[in-house]
Ligand binder design. Structure first.
Ligand SMILES: [Zn+2]
Length: 627
C-alpha cells in the first residue's frame, strides 16, 4: 500500500498513491514541478554544500593529513533522508529511471557511513566528534534516524526491500537496542523517531519498533532532557498536556507519533488527549492560513490568541507536520472536519512555500510583510531566521525544501479513504480512484476545476460490489451546497449540520455532482485575536487572499483601508475589494477619535496568498484595516 500512514485499525482506511492518481489541476501541476525541478534542486544544493559529502567523509575515516571536517549543521543528514523519501515517492509515482539511479547512488553513500552496530550519523560518534548520544537535547541523532526510517518506509511501500531499507532496519534495531528498557531511557530533543518507528512497525509487522515508539512517547514529560522542557515537549506528559506548545514542528511530529502509538495500542485516552490538544490549538493558536507556530522566538506556538500577522512564523514544516497530525486524526476518528484544515494548510501554506518554478522556498510564512525586501542571491544559502519577504533558493537550516518535496510527491495519498461500505473524498482534485471496497472493485473519475469553480463531478467507472456509499467532505465555509444524484434529483446539503453528502447505489457511467459557492467572502477575526482587530480578510473557497503593494496606487500598503460593506467582486480573473487610499501626514498617530481623512476611493485587486512575492519584491498583507 503506497501511503505514508497505514494504521492497522481506525475508522477510515487511507488510499495509496497506487489507488489515487492526480490527473490534472493545481496539485497535478505542483507534483510535476516537484518532479521536474524541486527534487533535483534539493539534490544540487545538498551536493554543492557537501551535506551528502559528509557520508563520504565518515566512510573514508580520518587519516594523517586528512582531518575530519564536516559540512552543515548537526541535523543536515535529515535533509538527505527527506530528499531520499521524496525520491522514493516520486519513483513510485512515475518510475523515473534517472531518479532511481540517483537513489541507488545515494543509498551506497549513506550505507558506507554506517557503523558495524547500525549507528549512522555524520555529526556524532566519528573521529574527532563528540560521542554518540552525548547531546540528546540538541544533537538530533534520533531525529535524523527517524527521517531515514520514514524514507525507508516510503521505499518499502513503493519498491520493496533493498539496501536502503536494510540500512534503515539496522538503524531502527540499533535505536531499540540502545534506548530500550535498561538502556538510555531518555528522548531526543526533536520528536520524529516516534512517528517513524510506529510506521516501520506497521510496515514490517515488527512489534519491537512500536514498543520503542511507545516508550519514547511516554518518556516525554519526565524531564530527561536538560532545561527547555517546554520547547521540546519534555515539560508535561503527552497525555496530560492541554494544548500544543513549544517548538511547533517538534510538537506536531510528536502529536503524529502519539496518535500512531495510541491507535496501534488501543490507547483511547492518549488519542483523546492529542485530539483535544489539536482542537484547542486550532481554536486559539492558528492563523487564518492554517499556519501554526505564531512566534519567531523558538519557532514556537505562542500564547492563546497571540497571532500577530507580521510576526507569524508559521513555518512551512509546521504546515506539513500539522497535515500529518490532521490526517491521522481523520483516519482514527472518521471526522471529515480535519480535512478542512488540511485543505487550508495545503492551499495557503504548502503551495505558497514553493515558488511556481519549484526552485525557491519560504521557510516562514507571515501574513503581513511590511517592506518590499530585496530578492535573495541565487548562489548563497539564506539564514532561515530572515525568512519572510521573498523565497530563497536554500537556507542554512534547510528543513523546509526537502520536506515540501516529499509531501508533494505523496500528495495523492491525502485525497480519499474507504470504510467498510463506502468511499470518502476529502480533497477535491481531478483524479482517478481505483480501489476495493468491501471485497469488490470500485473505480471512479473525479473531474473539477476546484477551487476556481465549486463543482465536483464523480463518475463511476466500475462498481462490482452493488450498494456503495460515496461521501464528500463539504467545507465548513461552503454555502449553497447541493448534491445532484445520478437520477438528476437535487439534494440540499447543510455543511453546518451534515459535513458530508451521501448516496448509495451506482452503475458504471453514473455521475454525481457536488456544487457549492466559492464566491469571495469577507472574513473577520474573533475579537480575542487582538493583533488584527479592526481588520478583515478575503477568502475565496479555501484560498486566502492578500493585497500586495505592487497593485496599490502610491504603493504604500499602510495607506490602505477597505470597505467591508461592499462584497468582493471578481473581474478579469482577480478578486477586487472596495478600498480607500489615504495620504496621512507624519504626526502623532493617536488621538481622541478616528482620523477624519477618508482618502480616495479605489478598487484594489487581491491575489492568492500562495502567489505573494512571485512578481518581484512587494509589501503584502492578508488582514486589511477596515475603513
Ligand atoms: Zn522547515
Amino acid at each position: 500500500m503506497r501511503t505514508p500512514v497505514m494504521p492497522s485499525t481506525g475508522e477510515l482506511r487511507p488510499l495509496g498513491t497506487d489507488e489515487v492518481r492526480i490527473t490534472g489541476g493545481h496539485w497535478f501541476e505542483r507534483q510535476a514541478v516537484n518532479a521536474a525541478a524541486t527534487i533535483r534542486h534539493c539534490l544540487h544544493w545538498l551536493e554543492a554544500l557537501d551535506w551528502i559529502g559528509n557520508f563520504d567523509r565518515v566512510a573514508a575515516g580520518e587519516a594523517p593529513g586528512r582531518p575530519f571536517q564536516r559540512a552543515g549543521r548537526e541535523f543536515s543528514d535529515s535533509e538527505v533522508y527527506k530528499l531520499a523519501e521524496a525520491m522514493a515517492w516520486e519513483i513510485g509515482r512515475t518510475g523515473d529511471p534517472g531518479l532511481e539511479e540517483e537513489f541507488q547512488k545515494l543509498t551506497a553513500r549513506i550505507g558506507a557511513a554506517q557503523h558495524e552496530d547500525g549507528y549512522l550519523n555524520t555529526a556524532f560518534g566519528n573521529p574527532g566528534q563528540e560521542p554518540r548520544y552525548s547531546n540528546l537535547e540538541w544533537g538530533h541523532e534520533l531525529y535524523c534516524a527517524g527521517h531515514l526510517i520514514q524514507a525507508a518506509v516510503a521505499r518499502l511501500r513503493n519498491h520493496g526491500e533493498d539496501e536502503f531499507t536494510r540500512i534503515a532496519r539496522r538503524v531502527a534495531d540499533h535505536v531499540c537496542d540502545t534506548f530500550g528498557p535498561g538502556g538510555i531511557e531518555r528522548i531526543c530533543g526533536h520528536a520524529e523517531i516516534e512517528v517513524a518507528l510506529a510506521e516501520l512497525s506497521r510496515e514490517t509487522g515488527e512489534s519491537r519498533y512500536l514498543e520503542q515508539a511507545r516508550l519514547f512517547i511516554e518518556r516525554h514529560g519526565r524531564k530527561t532532557l536538560k532545561e527547555n522542557g517546554f520547547y521540546y515537549q519534555d515539560d508535561t506528559a503527552v497525555r496530560d498536556a492541554e494544548v500544543l506548545r513549544g517548538h511547533a514542528v517538534r510538537a506536531l511530529y510528536l502529536s503524529s507519533g502519539a496518535i500512531d502509538v495510541a491507535v496501534e495500542t488501543g490507547d483511547d485516552e492518549l488519542l483523546e488527549a492529542v485530539r483535544a490538544q489539536w482542537e484547542r490549538t486550532v481554536a486559539r493558536r492558528t492563523h487564518l492560513t492554517g499556519g501554526m507556530g505564531s512566534q519567531y522566538a523558538d519557532e514556537a506556538f505562542g500564547r492563546d490568541f497571540a497571532l500577530n500577522p507580521d510576526r507569524a512564523y508559521a513555518e512551512s514544516c509546521a504546515g506539513i507536520a500539522a497535515i500529518m497530525t490532521a490526517w491521522r486524526l481523520t483516519l482514527a476518528t472518521g471526522d471529515s472536519r480535519y480535512g478542512d484544515m488540511i485543505e487550508r494548510i495545503a492551499w495557503n501554506v504548502l503551495s505558497g512555500a514553493v515558488a511556481p518554478d519549484g526552485k525557491s522556498f519560504f521557510y516562514a510564512n507571515p501574513l503581513h510583510q511590511r517592506t518590499a525586501d530585496p530578492e535573495p542571491p541565487a548562489d548563497g544559502a539564506l539564514p532561515h531566521t530572515r525568512a519572510g519577504g521573498n523565497r530563497a533558493h536554500w537556507f542554512d537550516v534547510s528543513c523546509c525544501p526537502t520536506n515540501l518535496a516529499r509531501t508533494f510527491a505523496q500528495f495523492a495519498a491525502y485525497i480519499a479513504t474507504t470504510s467498510e461500505h463506502g468511499l470518502q473524498i476529502h480533497q477535491f482534485t481531478p483524479c482517478t480512484i481505483d480501489t476495493v471496497v468491501d471485497g469488490a472493485r470500485l473505480a471512479l473519475t473525479v473531474e473539477t476545476d476546484y477551487p476556481e469553480e465549486g463543482r465536483v463531478t464523480v463518475r463511476v467507472d466500475a462498481n462490482e460490489g452493488g450498494t456503495r456509499e460515496i461521501t464528500f467532505r463539504v467545507p465548513a465555509w461552503a454555502e449553497d451546497v447541493r448534491l445532484i444524484h445520478p437520477d438528476g434529483s437535487v439534494h440540499e446539503v447543510d455543511p453546518a449540520a451534515v459535513s458530508v453528502g451521501r448516496i448509495g447505489e451506482f452503475s458504471p457511467g453514473d455521475e454525481l455532482h457536488l456544487e457549492f459557492s466559492v464566491a469571495p467572502r469577507w472574513t473577520f477575526p474573533d475579537p480575542r485575536v487582538d493583533a488584527v482587530r479592526g481588520c478583515a480578510a478575503v477568502e475565496r473557497g479555501p484560498v486566502v487572499l492578500c493585497a500586495e503593494s505592487l497593485d496599490l496606487p502610491g504603493g504604500d500598503l499602510d495607506e490602505l483601508t477597505v470597505d467591508t460593506t461592499v462584497a468582493p467582486v471578481e473581474r478579469d480573473g482577480a478578486v477586487h475589494v472596495a478600498a480607500r487610499i489615504h495620504d496621512r501626514p507624519d504626526a502623532w498617530p493617536y488621538g481622541p477619535a478616528a482620523a477624519d481623512d477618508d482618502g480616495k476611493a479605489a478598487e484594489i485587486p487581491l491575489l492568492p496568498f500562495r502567489l505573494r512575492a512571485t512578481r518581484g519584491p512587494a509589501a503584502m498583507r492578508v488582514w486589511l484595516p477596515v475603513n
